[in-house]
Design a binder for this molecule. Sequence first.
Ligand SMILES: Cc1cc2nc3c(=O)[nH]c(=O)nc-3n(C[C@H](O)[C@H](O)[C@H](O)COP(=O)(O)OP(=O)(O)OC[C@H]3O[C@@H](n4cnc5c(N)ncnc54)[C@H](O)[C@@H]3O)c2cc1C
Length: 398
Amino acid sequence: MKQRRRDLAAINKQGLVNMESNYCYGEGGAGTYSDGKLYTRSNKRGDVNQVLEIFVQHGATEDILIDARPHIGTNKLPQIITAIRETILEAGAEVLFDRKVTDLILSSGKIKGVVVNGEEQVMADAVILATGHSARDIYELLHRKNILVEAKPFALGVRIEHPQAIIDAAQYHCDVRSPFLPPANYSLVEQVEERGVFSFCMCPGGIIAPCATYKEEIVVNGWSPSRRNNPFANSGTVVQINLNDVPGTDPLRMMNFQAEIEKTAFRLGGGDLVAPAQRMVDFVENRLSVDLPKNSYLPGTKSAMLRDTLPDFVFTSLQQALPRFGKKMKGYYTNEAILVGVESRSSSPVRIPRDKETYQHPQVQGLFPCAEGAGYAGGIVSAAIDGINCADAILNCQ
Ligand SMILES: Cc1cc2nc3c(=O)[nH]c(=O)nc-3n(C[C@H](O)[C@H](O)[C@H](O)COP(=O)(O)OP(=O)(O)OC[C@H]3O[C@@H](n4cnc5c(N)ncnc54)[C@H](O)[C@@H]3O)c2cc1C
């Protein structure tokens, strides 16, 4: 965890990405340095309270059991993950750090184990594959081995940041937020020519995070500390991308399309994880911003035409949606807000199919595609529920 903290510092201060240890990769996965919002709509898939209780048993405050929108905060999550690891070790498990799965060991349609770091073999009758939505090497590996993967729709756009005071004034209808009120949040959605445009992962008092997992790409996301006491409010603001938006039959085409946009954003920013950015009204009126407002993205922002990195239909959908959001929420549509490109890892661009009853891949007995990277979760709690369901499925087939 200490090493990962150092790797995050290198990302933020020097724009250097360690491809194995970053905001998405490392112990606890993307959740460890996520915002820790625990609200989910996945109630039908499993027991949400069981997941919340596990967080409390490992150090989260009991408030999360009763809050309508439970939130832990990035400052508190790493200790909780360390405590969860201790419980796993006490139960007799082993954690193999610095081991990257590089191949699957298969025999007659059954999994026999995995190869790590290109040489070491770890044998197993059951393998839960939960490598997250950024593991392009794993999708490529499966495809290369003729193990079925499918293209999956996802959403793409930008992260939008306002001064928190603007959001507070809009939502609380007052000039200054009372100290008894939490920093305000919002949730906005519009249909533009039958395409969904929506805000998600809204972080009051938050920070825009550099979440690239490969060198020479820009990916942004957001987090906030438990007190949500930063002066900015950010949210992912994205446009639905459908399978027919990216022509072809290659199951990895959505992933390749996503990767190209992230690389273009990197070039537009000029390197060192500097992100291309534009003021909101300038974006809508299609002009370069003369300057950019102060913002929370630590590697730095550069004024650019974001339409040069976004597909046309994403640009025009956002262009139409943002003024409409402004009509719903007074003060939202303003040149004091900054759009930072690109918010591209909203969910996995690939699905790894599995049987509904057994949770196993239809072609590989003993392989359990799991959580967000396999296309069965969209956040911390749903990923946790899916992990529990996969573990139960393994117990049931023994
Ligand atoms: C900045 C940020 C903020 C977020 N905020 C929220 C939030 O507030 N609420 C919410 O619900 N969700 C949030 N999310 C999303 C949430 O973190 C993910 O949905 C969740 O972590 C998905 O869990 P997962 O287990 O499927 O995959 P991940 O958490 O992505 O974990 C995948 C793991 O697999 C490992 N891995 C990858 N490839 C290999 C390999 N070849 N060999 C071995 N290991 C490998 C990675 O190192 C990683 O540890 C946020 C994400 C980010 C980045």
